[in-house]
Design a protein around this ligand. Sequence first.
Ligand code: 6PG
Length: 467
Amino acid sequence: DKYDFGLIGLGVMGRNFILNVADNGFTSFGNDLDEEKVNALKKEGGDLAKVNATSDVKTFVAGLSTPRKIMMLVPAGKIVDAVIEGVLPYLDEGDILIDGGNSFFTDTDRREAYLREKGIHFFGAGVSGGAKGARLGPSIMPGGSKEGYAPVQPIFEAVAAKYEGEPCVAYLGPKSAGNYVKMVHNGIEYGLMQLTSEIYDVLKKGGDFNNDELHATFAQWNAGRLQSFLVEITSEIFEKEDDLGEGRLVDQILDKAKQKGTGKWTSQNAMDLGIPVPSIDIAVSMREISALKDERIHADALYDRPTVETMDKAQLEKMAEEALYFSFIVTYAQGLHQLADASREYGYDLDIATIAKIWRAGCIIRAGLLADITQAFKADTELPNLLLSPTFVKKIQSTVAAARELVAYAAKNGIPVPGLSNSLTYFDAYTTTRLPLNLIQAQRDYFGSHTYERLDREGIFHTEWEV
Ligand code: 6PG
């Protein structure tokens, strides 16, 4: 009569997750300080023997079978520490505490070490898929104590999204591996969203696509190689009527994008690692530029902009599809490159194929492409970058010309496509044997005696440059 699984934080994600657990045959007990949320869950759950809730932490912990399996779904930051301190006095050695939020990975490392000393197994488990995913099947990215994962595994495998019957969850690695992978997932998410919005802009300004046409175009793309959750919801967004006014809702939405930090963290940490992820960096910068609405309005009035030369709809649509496919691949490539490097740096021992595999369903960046990405990393587990995979060489080679055309067209017509152009530039730089950075080395040595290496012989050189 004790409950199998406990969940602290009965907001939308928490409530949906616990109902999902209960649906899958594990009795569940929820906890939240807010009495209203407790009552809402009890009502929605129906059968109190299957899913119950309490606002009292002591009652909550006492009601769970041991080892206790408790997941927190609360906002990242100090709240997580407060929740841990609140529950800790009632826990026994061997109990398992899981942080399902978007916690910063070094916070997870700190908490894991702190709780390990007290005999508590601690996990960071990224959960992706939004409210609907939590309810019907998210992608779950657990990392941390492997021993602690074993008792939780059957529950997570039951509630996770399934891809051809395989659950979209896997133990990813020690310490903060789970939160780190989820952070980079979100970085990729930022990149793909930015690219999609640029393509929308180009179709609208360059091809006069109306919302019905945009809906049809994205729906058609979603039936092809661009099949993905983000392309699918984009197509649906263009159809939504505005309840408060005339026309479509999308046209009335203020063009200032908010952010909670995971994309920025991905970029910041990529910089720390020395791994280039420009398609993600620019997505963060664009949210920042979007927030400067007043300045943008002011600046718009100061400068002339070229009149857009519209293109043939069919031609533009074809070019846009290829350019979007190209830049989606480049964005995944960058995020996965970062994961491979972080794995070495932080000792996560990540298997990139497994990560791509559990992203195939449930999460926000799920896409048909992820099946191919999984295969590419299965075929070569040491693959440093997706762009080096033979199957991806073909995909990229057949679409890069369209990406060039689209970026050139947008630049000429004053339509900002920084995500597309950063993806293209990254590709061009990454695939160039000789870059002009020899000049930078010469400059560094000129003004600061920073030394340089040579192509034709070994050693470290310095030159007195001034003539
Ligand atoms: C997910 C999402 C989820 C959240 C984003 C939103 O995988 O389900 O990524 O975690 O909705 O973090 O992030 P921003 O508010 O920063 O856009």
